[in-house]
Design a protein around this ligand. Structure first.
Ligand SMILES: Cc1cc2nc3c(=O)[nH]c(=O)nc-3n(C[C@H](O)[C@H](O)[C@H](O)COP(=O)(O)OP(=O)(O)OC[C@H]3O[C@@H](n4cnc5c(N)ncnc54)[C@H](O)[C@@H]3O)c2cc1C
Length: 478
């Protein structure tokens, strides 16, 4: 059999694919990278980067209006969406060179543009060029799932792929989907001056999170004026340019109409795996998902699937982690043995809701013996100094105190959760965190204080009088 032309051929140049390509080339592999559209993927063009950039402008507008919280005169923020979106575009332009074809070609990667397909178990064809490789990596990402709503085909709508191109005012935004993207964009547009209504068939927002923590986000968004219509099905939609209507049926059977100037669909994601010639490559797809072996290897041992296309956790950091796994396996034949990943994530509303490991609801649902400890931000001095006292940290441990999960809803939750990612990855016990010194006054103190709760729980009146007897202490008896 002829020697394959490449060591690695990567299909899709987004968060995951770019890391495989750059890492492979750096390690001495001959790498091909095939991209259908432009390098950078969802994260750069329509996902993490634009959404977080927009949220920052929205937050500043909100804080200007509410400057009295910090004993300053409120200023009337009248955001011009076109200007704000230009800032978003500017941030993307600033990051784009890191993901440019020139940079990757400079690294030695053979970058090709086109819409190709597998033409056999060991070959991929793009624009008439046949690529053979020892290892292929499918890193084609995902796209917005379009829900089946009567009338949608004739109604103008936005998705995350078109939202950040807006330059016109958005007086009233209807959002379908109360997950992380729907909630983040609801708060951003509300703070930028739009009237916002979020609808979802689910009875609650952020369904992956514990109800009590998601409720902190819900209450905040509602207090800011976002309207939620939950547990209601969408019967129909209609509209034309700048006028859209949704007809909702509530659990009592009654229908209500909601209208807006724009409609945003944020109702889940679908993996981009169509049209890749997976049949020809012997890659099995089951229920819309590429079958892989617990790791990332598909039913064709020379083809891997990573990132959103793999259909599991859909985050940039997961796609990047997958890239590392594939590089180890493909280049060094080191099999991935870690049975379960410790994956953090964050919904970047204000307050942020960050999570890692087991939630309380999951522990209950799976019958895992557990304990739950909480600590509120309003008992953290730094949170008081910043007037950011909303929210709490919550940890889930096993009965002996081993950390199983943590969630933080509050200011900078996404940064604070990192300590728990480390602790859970290392199999630590809550009591080990209580002994770690945290700088004062930082928000990070909440991580130790919530772990302290576990220690305090052990201090029953019986234990206290035992300590008093043994060590001859004279304080009040418990
Ligand atoms: C609004 C929004 C906000 C988000 N915010 C966050 C966040 O804050 N944090 C976070 O971790 N994640 C976030 N995500 C998710 C994150 O963007 C994705 O998980 C990440 O981009 C997945 O990386 P990937 O490499 O799998 O796919 P992508 O980065 O999307 O790359 C896929 C690439 O494949 C190309 N492609 C597709 N089909 C083909 C084909 N047939 N042939 C060749 N190329 C093809 C695409 O053009 C694209 O360049 C967000 C997503 C959205 C939509």
């Amino acid at each position: 059999m002829a020697k394959p032309e490449f060591d690695l051929a990567v299909i899709g140049g987004g968060a995951g694919g770019l890391v495989v390509a750059a890492g492979g080339a750096a390690l001495g592999a001959k790498v091909a990278l095939v991209e259908k559209h432009r390098l950078g993927g969802d994260c750069l063009w329509y996902g993490c980067v634009p959404s977080k950039t927009l949220l920052k402008s929205a937050r500043i507008a909100h804080e200007m209006r509410h400057a009295d919280r910090w004993a300053l005169d409120p200023a009337p923020a009248q955001p011009d969406l076109a200007r704000v979106m230009e800032r978003v575009a500017g941030v993307i332009r600033g990051i784009e060179p890191n993901d440019s074809p020139e940079r990757f070609r400079g690294l030695g990667v053979d970058v090709m543009f086109g819409d190709g397909r597998f033409v056999g178990s060991d070959a991929f064809e793009v624009d008439g060029r046949r690529l053979t490789a020892k290892t292929f990596v499918i890193a084609t990402g995902s796209r917005p799932a379009i829900p089946k709503i009567p009338g949608l085909e004739a109604t103008p709508y936005l998705t995350n792929e078109t939202l950040f191109d807006l330059r016109e005012p958005v007086p009233a935004l209807l959002i379908v989907g109360a997950g992380p993207i729907g909630c983040e964009m609801a708060q951003a547009f509300r703070r930028l001056g739009s009237d916002v209504t979020v609808v979802d068939v689910a009875p609650r927002i952020l369904p992956r999170e514990d109800t009590d923590l998601a409720a902190v986000v819900l209450r905040t968004l509602e207090a800011e004026g976002v309207r939620f219509v939950l547990g209601a099905s969408i019967e129909a939609c209609a509209g034309r340019d700048k006028t859209v209507r949704l007809t909702m049926r509530g659990s009592n059977g009654a229908t209500t109409e909601f209208s807006g100037s724009h409609l945003l669909l944020a109702a889940g994601r679908a993996a981009n795996i169509e049209g890749l010639g997976l049949d020809a490559a012997g890659v099995t797809v089951d229920h819309g998902r590429i079958v892989s072996d617990g790791g990332l290897r598909t039913t064709n041992p020379r083809i891997y699937v990573i990132g959103d296309a793999a259909g599991g956790y859909q985050f940039t950091h997961v796609a990047e982690h997958h890239a590392g796994v594939v590089l180890r396996e493909a280049l060094f034949r080191m099999r991935w043995v870690k049975p379960s990943l410790v994956v953090p994530w964050c919904t970047f509303t204000d307050p942020e809701l960050a999570r890692v490991g087991l939630s309380e609801a999951e522990a209950i649902e799976r019958g895992v013996a557990h304990r739950v400890y909480r600590f509120a931000f309003d008992d953290i001095d730094r949170a008081r100094a910043e007037s950011e006292t909303k929210g709490q940290a919550k940890i889930v441990t096993d009965p002996k105190g081993k950390l199983l999960g943590a969630a933080i809803v509050g200011s900078h939750g996404g940064e604070l959760i990192a300590e728990y990612v480390m602790a859970i990855s290392k199999g630590m016990n809550a009591k080990e965190l209580t002994g770690i010194i945290h700088a004062y006054p930082t928000l990070a103190q909440i991580n130790r204080r919530v772990a302290d709760q576990r220690l305090k729980e052990g201090l029953t009146p019986g234990a206290k009088s035992w300590i008093q007897r043994i060590f001859g202490l004279q304080g009040t008896r418990g």
